[in-house]
Design a protein around this ligand. Structure first.
Ligand code: PRP
Length: 217
């Protein structure tokens, strides 16, 4: 049995065509089903639904053999684990694309704050990415860890800036925030448990190959 860990939403939806290329169809809809283990048209493949941040944990510890996770999640996971995630990452799937950016209130002069060398208060869920970005720029920051609704932080005075994912930019716009710096482009990767690959080499290799053939341009 091959267990594939996916998170609901964009990653699940955009992984379906890749599964189809491997001849696999998920036979239950996660939006209507309450099940967390979804069967597929292949008796030896099942999908487990987990939180996006839990995908690397499931795969690294063998709760799943393979998984799909955003580069953002993988960098943060490695950061939380001393820089070593123990995961084999054979493919950039080029799905669930967005960017990691710095955003501030429209009336906050980010460039001036950076130039003056003032300490900037930055709220984010992505502390590893943010720490590295500002360290590389030589900008002093106080990082404030949040778990969601980052956009609220500059609006309430909790922080001067946020580091968050931007896709359409609609969330920033709706909250009067502006993107002042792009840190990196984000897409989802295939991650594989190294021991599972050794034990179940052929079926997992075949799956990786099928996924590879269907990566969107
Ligand atoms: C992300 C991000 C922003 C939003 C950006 O949240 O945190 O809030 O998407 O998208 P936009 O530029 O298209 O408006 P997501 O919906 O992934 O959920 P999260 O808050 O749990 O991270």
């Amino acid at each position: 049995m091959i267990t594939l860990a996916l998170s609901k939403g964009r990653i699940f939806e955009e992984t379906l065509p890749l599964l189809a290329a491997a001849g696999i169809e998920v036979t239950e809809d996660p939006e209507t089903s309450r099940k967390l283990i979804l069967p597929t048209t292949r008796a030896d493949v099942r999908v487990v639904l987990v939180r996006a941040t839990d995908v690397p944990t499931y795969v690294a510890h063998g709760g799943a053999d393979i998984g799909v996770a955003g580069k953002d999640i993988l960098i943060e996971y490695a950061g939380d684990n001393g820089g070593n995630d123990g995961l084999y990452q054979p493919l950039d799937l080029n799905i669930a694309k967005c960017r990691m950016s710095v955003a501030v209130r429209a009336d906050f002069d980010y460039e001036a704050a950076v130039k003056q060398g003032s300490r900037i208060r930055v709220a984010t869920k992505y502390t590893t990415i943010a720490r590295e970005h500002f360290a590389n720029k030589g900008v002093h920051v106080d990082l404030i860890k949040l778990y969601g609704s980052m956009e609220l932080a500059p609006l309430t005075g909790l922080a001067d800036a946020i580091v968050d994912l931007v896709s359409t930019g609609n969330t920033l716009k709706a909250n009067n925030l502006v993107e002042v710096e792009q840190i990196m482009l984000i897409s989802s990767r295939l991650v594989v448990n190294q021991a599972a690959l050794k034990l179940n080499r052929e079926p997992i290799r075949a799956l990786i190959k099928a996924f590879e053939s269907a990566i969107p341009k």
